[in-house]
Structure formats: structure tokens, C-alpha cells
Write a protein that binds this ligand. Structure first.
Ligand SMILES: [Fe+2]
Length: 327
């Protein structure tokens, strides 16, 4: 999300809508993932992150949704929050050229259209709310920030918001051009193969990543949920692993964006990521170019994840405690 609210701009992801036929698995998964249940009906599950970003789950054949960009469970809508009504007004002209354009500002406050994949994109004045939480400061050499204060251990994650979405694409140039007309800017790129885009010049490294693989059509690669700090990536990942969900890769660290990650398989489609400590960019940032490869994706990563059951600590838990703890 962008940290600047001084100019009208797209602020970040306000909501996403998945579709799946694994209804009960989805319900258990998002509860385990650390989201709060906001509303549950037979047609829609609504979950919320700490700042009110919504994750909605609908049935695959739901008539409210546009046709899916791929078979199986996947993402069907992304709602982008903007800073104010002026920012929404600026989007009318570019969005009105896209298929499926609807100006619903007078009824539900949204603009909507379909992107080149047929994914529904919705824009609204952000419904997320500011929250007063901070990740733990660290003590790198020469910049000690944490004094008389231990860093936290998280029993599980409580995601702050949806940080970014990633799609496979067979229309890389067309997709980048579509989002660029809305105000997204490139942060880094794999020339001809992928582009990392942020939704405003002053923002986290990417809100959207588009990845073109030979012979691969459009689809969901993953959705990332931002957590407070690296400790919550570990605590959340260990918890979700203990709940029985399968790690795809992680924990690990991305060279591009510098973020820590842990990826899991998601019953609603694609992968799902806990993510923390990404780079923050401004208009001064110069786009870098990389050649794709496993070591550009992850500086390091634990294949298969850390096992929350067989690691050493739980087996010795009863033999150790803080002797000075008073409770
Ligand atoms: Fe990611």
C-alpha cells in the first residue's frame, strides 16, 4: 500500500474475491490463516484482515461473477482502494475504454471493468481503516532500535492486509499497458517475461506482478498477505503448517523486493503467501532488469517448509521456561 495520502492515487488492495468448490476447506483455511469472519452465508464467505481488507469466497458457478480466466478455483475480482473521490474520478476515462465498464458511484460507490484477462477490477474510495500496530524494531549494527525490549514470538499470524496479487499472463504488454493507464508504475522487470508494478510512485515494491511463462495462459499465481515482521512470517507459517496445510516453498527471502516469504497451497486457487519487510519505493526509484531464475526468485528458501511438529522446540517445551516470568 502507499504511505502517501497527500495526492489522489490508488492506495492498495481493498478486497479480493475467490471462487472455489472446496467451500468447507476454504472456511477452515482462512480461519487458520488468521482472518476474522465478517459474514458467512451460503453464497459468500467474507473474511477480513486487521485493517478491514476483505477476502470474499464465492461458488465457482456464481452468476454474480464474470467468467473465470482459468478452470478451477481462482481469483475472480480485485478491488483497489483509492485515496478519495478525486482519485476515483481520474479513473473514469481510462476504465471507460475497457470491456464491462460500469460507473456505479451513485449506488455502491464503485467503478468496475474487466482487465485484459477478463478479471473484474473494481475501484472504490478505500474502506480500510488505519490501525495502530507496528512490527518489531530490529537491532542492525549501527542502528539499534530495540532497547530493553525482546522481539515477539507469534503463535499464529494476523494478516494486516492483502499486499499483492500475482498473475500468469499471455498478454504481458497489454496487461502492463492497461494497468499503467490507471496509474500503476513499473518497479522492476524481467524483460519480455515479467513486470513488478506498484499502484503509485510512493508505495511498497509491488502490488501486482505479471509473469509470462511459455505456453501458459492467464491464471492466478498467488496472493500475498502482509504481516508485521519476519517473526510473524515464521509464527504464522509454523501455525498454518501445524494445521495441516501444505507448504509450497518457504520460509525464504526474495532478492527482488527484499521481502521474507512463506508460500502455501490454497484451496481457493493458486498459492498464498505470508510476506513482510518489502522495499518501499518513491518516484526516485529506477527500474531494474533481471533475468528470471530460481535464485532471482529466492536468495534462500526451505523446500517443503519448516515442520511445526517435529522441530526441536516443541519436544523440549516442558523443560524450559522463563524463570523470572510472573504469571
Ligand atoms: Fe509474492
Amino acid at each position: 500500500m502507499t504511505s502517501s495520502t497527500t495526492t489522489s492515487a490508488i492506495e492498495g488492495i481493498d478486497a479480493i474475491t475467490y471462487s472455489t468448490d472446496r467451500w468447507d476447506d476454504a472456511k477452515k483455511f482462512f480461519a487458520d490463516w488468521g482472518l476474522k469472519s465478517a459474514n458467512q452465508t451460503d453464497a459468500q464467505q467474507v473474511w477480513e484482515t486487521l485493517n478491514g481488507c476483505q477476502v470474499r469466497v464465492r461458488r465457482t458457478d456464481d452468476a454474480e461473477l464474470p467468467p473465470a480466466m482459468e478452470a478451477g478455483p481462482t481469483l475472480r475480482e480485485v478491488t483497489w482502494g483509492v485515496t478519495d473521490a478525486a482519485a476515483l474520478e481520474k479513473l473514469v476515462a481510462p476504465l471507460s475504454k475497457a470491456p464491462g465498464f460500469e460507473d456505479r458511484r451513485a449506488t455502491d460507490g464503485t467503478l468496475r471493468a474487466l482487465d485484459p484477462h477478463g478479471l473484474r477490477v473494481i475501484f472504490q474510495v478505500t474502506q480500510k481503516h488505519a490501525i495502530d500496530i507496528k512490527g518489531a524494531p530490529t537491532n542492525p549494527w549501527g542502528d539499534v532500535r530495540r532497547v530493553d525490549m525482546p522481539s515477539p514470538i507469534y503463535e499464529r499470524a494476523e494478516p494486516i492486509e492483502v499486499g499483492h496479487v500475482v498473475f500468469f499472463t499471455d498478454k504481458l504488454a497489454e496487461m502492463e499497458a492497461f494497468y499503467a493507464t490507471l496509474g500503476f508504475v513499473a518497479s522492476d522487470r524481467y524483460p519480455g517475461r515479467g513486470v513488478f508494478m506498484r499502484c503509485a510512485p510512493n508505495a511498497g515494491h509491488h502490488d501486482l506482478f505479471l509473469l509470462a511463462l511459455p505456453g501458459k495462459g492467464p491464471g492466478l499465481n498467488h496472493v500475498a498477505f502482509t504481516v508485521r515482521d519476519i517473526h510473524e512470517v515464521f509464527g504464522g507459517g509454523l501455525h498454518i503448517s501445524r494445521c495441516g496445510w501444505k507448504t509450497q516453498l518457504g520460509p525464504g527471502r526474495h532478492p527482488i523486493s527484499s521481502a521474507y516469504f512463506w508460500y502455501f497451497e490454497n484451496p481457493c486457487g493458486g498459492l498464498i503467501e505470508y510476506n513482510a519487510d518489502e522495499d518501499h519505493l518513491t518516484g526516485e526509484w529506477a527500474v531494474r532488469e533481471f533475468e528470471p531464475g530460481p535464485t532471482m526468485f529466492a536468495e534462500w528458501a526451505i523446500d517443503g517448509g519448516l515442520d511445526g511438529h517435529t522441530r526441536r522446540q516443541p519436544n523440549v517445551q516442558a523443560s524450559g521456561k522463563f524463570l523470572t516470568e510472573k504469571k
